[in-house]
Design a protein around this ligand. Structure first.
Ligand SMILES: Cc1ncc(COP(=O)(O)O)c(C=O)c1O
Length: 449
């Protein structure tokens, strides 16, 4: 066995890697012996990822498409800090255009001033401001589920996945965790922790047959997926719920892009399809995309399910530490929740749908006509993708070029995101330029800034 020995060793060595045979007879304290973990990179390989992705990011930055700095937002436009120029942001997560809504901005400022500080700077297990409790009540009423908030959707993944993997939500029996191949990075990043609790598998994207085969042979199975994928498309939620009915499948969804943009009161794709949440479904989400406030949230169970709430609170993870949505963010969440309760939300969702349909009528793309605000326009080649994005930016339209590992190798392209507050004329102009540049063979000749 290979061991890592901490502290001083006979012969003056310190902190060494040794084998059990080489240390026999040394007689030092066995508590210093730690079995050396095998480094296998089964789920993550950060060094390799840095190696592949850094050159793409730098290439985009050199073409003037990265590390942009803005002084302000004006609806769907950002004001460049470099030259004061306004550019249309076609890669905004704020699908309803709410992030500069006066009610949200004012509530953020008023709440922090009213409470007089940003945070209690104490674990939420010990003391929180009243505004946190009120905000979670408000969100729970709005979405008709038991809601816990946290600093981000990524923190919600951290809080949720190891807990589910431990079997705490499946009668103490650790389930087989099955991840969709395209599940978001924040879910995949938890795989090492999940694998420390139970077995896990990754299956091809949206492969219902593979999932059903597993359901037939495993009584206790959790499927982990995005509801709306950040690179376009969505999970087959209705069919997944049918598998849940048939086999008792447990579902864990990341609803970061579906909240606000989909469903009555912006409840998202999953709750909109389900009606009411059940005990075998958990949803995590971001409150900083369509919801346009701050932080993340977990839909942990039925409204009023205090046992579930406690389980998540005591489940060990980011909820226990010092950060949570600060008072400014909580003010913003409450104001956004008010808008979600009003007819303004229906109006914004209708305008978003009109803009999506208008874009779909002008530009062919994967998942066209699915009614969701994210479109991926495939280009294929990295240089050509950058070239097209650069020409669009010169025309005042920013659109994010996507490369490996965000998107599969050889599938580079542009991610277009629609918003409710975009003008039809701006979408028409952008679509025309996009069609023209994607049809031009030499669009790949991007200049380096
Ligand atoms: C599907 C998905 N989940 C989670 C996140 C992370 O959300 P947050 O920034 O709230 O952690 C993102 C992107 O930002 C995402 O695209």
């Amino acid at each position: 066995m290979v061991l890592w020995v901490r502290g001083a060793l006979p012969g003056g060595r310190r902190d060494s890697r040794i084998t059990t045979t080489s240390c026999q007879g040394w007689g030092f304290d066995q508590r210093f012996l730690v079995r050396e973990p095998e480094i296998v990179h089964t789920f993550m390989n950060v060094k390799k990822t840095i190696g592949t992705s850094t050159s793409f990011w730098k290439r985009a930055e050199a073409a003037g498409l990265g590390q942009l700095t803005a002084t302000a937002a004006r609806g769907p436009f950002l004001v460049s800090a470099d030259d004061g120029r306004e550019f249309l942001n076609m890669s905004s997560f704020s699908y309803l255009g709410l992030e500069s809504h006066p009610a949200i901005v004012e509530a953020a400022a008023e709440t922090v001033v009213k409470v007089g500080s940003l945070n209690t700077s104490t674990s939420r297990m010990r003391a929180v401001f009243e505004v946190l409790r009120d905000t979670e009540e408000m969100l729970s009423d709005l979405f008709r589920v038991e809601v816990l908030t946290t600093t981000s959707c990524a923190a919600a993944a951290w809080q949720t996945l190891p807990l589910v993997a431990s079997g705490a939500l499946t009668e103490g029996d650790p389930p087989l965790m099955v991840f969709d191949k395209n599940a978001h990075f924040c879910l995949n990043a938890m795989k090492p922790s999940v694998a420390d609790e139970t077995r896990l598998l990754t299956i091809p994207h949206n492969d219902l047959n593979a999932l059903e085969e597993l359901c037939k042979t495993h009584r206790n199975l959790v499927y982990v997926a995005d509801s709306v994928y950040s690179t376009g498309g969505c999970a087959p939620v209705r069919q997944l719920l049918e598998l849940q009915d048939r086999y008792g499948l447990f579902l864990l969804f990341d609803e970061a892009h579906g909240l606000s943009s989909c469903g009555a009161r912006g409840r998202g794709l999953v709750l909109d399809t389900m009606g009411e949440i059940n005990d075998r479904t958990i949803v995590i989400t971001s409150l900083n995309k369509g919801f346009a406030a701050s932080g993340g949230a977990m839909f942990v169970g039925r409204r009023g399910d205090s046992a579930r709430r406690e389980l998540f609170l005591y489940g060990s993870g980011p909820l226990m530490w010092s950060q949570r949505i600060n008072t400014a963010g909580l003010g913003a969440v409450q104001a956004s929740a008010e808008i979600h309760r009003s007819s303004e939300l229906d109006d914004l969702q209708r305008r978003l749908r009109e803009n999506i349909n208008h874009f779909d009528a002008l530009v062919p793309s994967e998942n066209r006509h699915d009614g969701l605000p994210i479109r991926f326009v495939s280009v294929g080649d990295v240089e050509r993708t950058i070239g097209i994005a650069q020409r669009l930016f010169q025309e005042g339209c920013y659109v994010a070029p996507l490369f490996f590992p965000v998107i599969a190798r050889g599938r580079s392209g542009l991610r277009v995101m629609l918003r409710a507050d975009m003008d039809r004329a701006d979408i028409t102009r952008f679509s025309g330029l996009l069609r023209e540049f994607t049809a031009t063979p030499d669009a790949g000749a991007a200049e380096v800034r």
